[in-house]
Design a protein around this ligand. Structure first.
Ligand code: ZN
Length: 301
């Protein structure tokens, strides 16, 4: 393994003020995935110049959740890899669940969270929606929150396809749907009104950017003319900014290229703060084009 940097254990990954809103990037720790799978068709000779793999060719990834404090509401975007992995899988993925400690470090009591938003329902994005207890029971981690996810993700998860069934764990969402605590969005409902939260201070809303999955949602956060966007697995890390550097996991890599272009067409000229779901070391950045016209990190927050 590469030597972890000195800040690897830091429980709060970043903070930013966005108009009247406060953003805190919390973490569910790190995990490892095969570097080739993370960079799709990009040759290792290229991606290994940006990320150093371990001796088994694995790269370390973060699990970033964003806490938005709007003044009177606390909103959590994404809930990490959770505590339901079998010991064997947790060892293979080198994951130690940290989100609850990270939220505590950010002074967030799970019972005080009003809204939880899942960009999609892969297990590395929604597993702390619920908590597995030693007796095998599963309860909502955020008992007083309204959860939001896309109905198309639930439908896809229920198919349990060979390609990606490992990522769709029913306990992460089915109990919340059954109890009525999770609201399911549709393409129609989003077209009608994408707003999850709004107040005089600002607005949080969702927009589909398909490619990684057919209904992956980005989460837009706006306050007083400032704009941040949690772009999730459309651009999982700051090392994936090139439009063709898609992941092997992406179900539709051609669509990823088109959607990244559509994203940059607004995010760069409007100077959005971009929040990366799996970048442990660059959880947020603004994007610019370099002299070759390629998107690069402009400024770190
Ligand atoms: Zn995913």
């Amino acid at each position: 393994m590469t030597t972890p940097p000195p800040d690897a254990d830091r429980l709060i990954r970043a903070r930013a003020t966005l108009g009247d809103f406060d953003l805190t990037v919390c973490t569910d720790g790190t995990f490892v995935l095969d570097g080739g799978a993370m960079f799709g068709v990009v040759p290792k000779t290229l991606w290994s110049q940006r990320v150093t793999p371990d001796s088994d060719n694995r790269v370390q990834l973060g699990l970033n959740s964003v806490v938005v404090r709007t003044g009177d509401q606390t909103i959590v975007i994404e809930t990490g890899l959770g505590n339901k992995l079998t010991p064997k899988l947790a060892a293979i993925m080198q994951h130690q669940p940290r989100l609850l400690q990270s939220l505590a470090a950010a002074n967030v009591d799970p019972a005080s969270v009003n809204i939880v938003i899942n960009s999609h329902l892969h297990w590395d994005h929604c597993s702390w929606n619920t908590t597995l207890h030693p007796d095998g029971s599963v309860t909502p981690t955020f008992p007083n929150a309204r959860y939001f996810a896309h109905a198309g993700e639930v439908a896809h998860g229920r198919l349990q396809l060979e390609r990606d069934r490992i990522s769709y764990v029913a306990e992460n969402y089915e109990p919340l749907i059954a109890s009525g605590q999770m609201s399911l969005l549709t393409h129609e409902s989003i077209a009608l009104d994408p707003t999850i939260f709004s107040s005089p201070a600002g607005r949080i809303w969702v927009e589909c950017f398909p490619g990684h999955t057919a209904q992956l949602m980005a989460i837009h956060i706006e306050s007083r003319g400032q704009h941040a966007c949690y772009i999730s697995d459309l651009i999982p890390t700051a090392h994936h900014l090139d439009v063709t550097w898609a992941m092997g996991y992406d179900l539709d890599p051609l669509r990823v290229i088109a959607e990244r272009k559509r994203f940059y067409a607004r995010a760069i000229p409007e100077n959005w703060l971009v929040l990366f779901t799996h970048d442990h070391h660059t959880p947020m950045a603004r994007i610019a084009l370099n002299d070759k016209g390629k998107p690069v990190v402009a400024t770190l927050e």
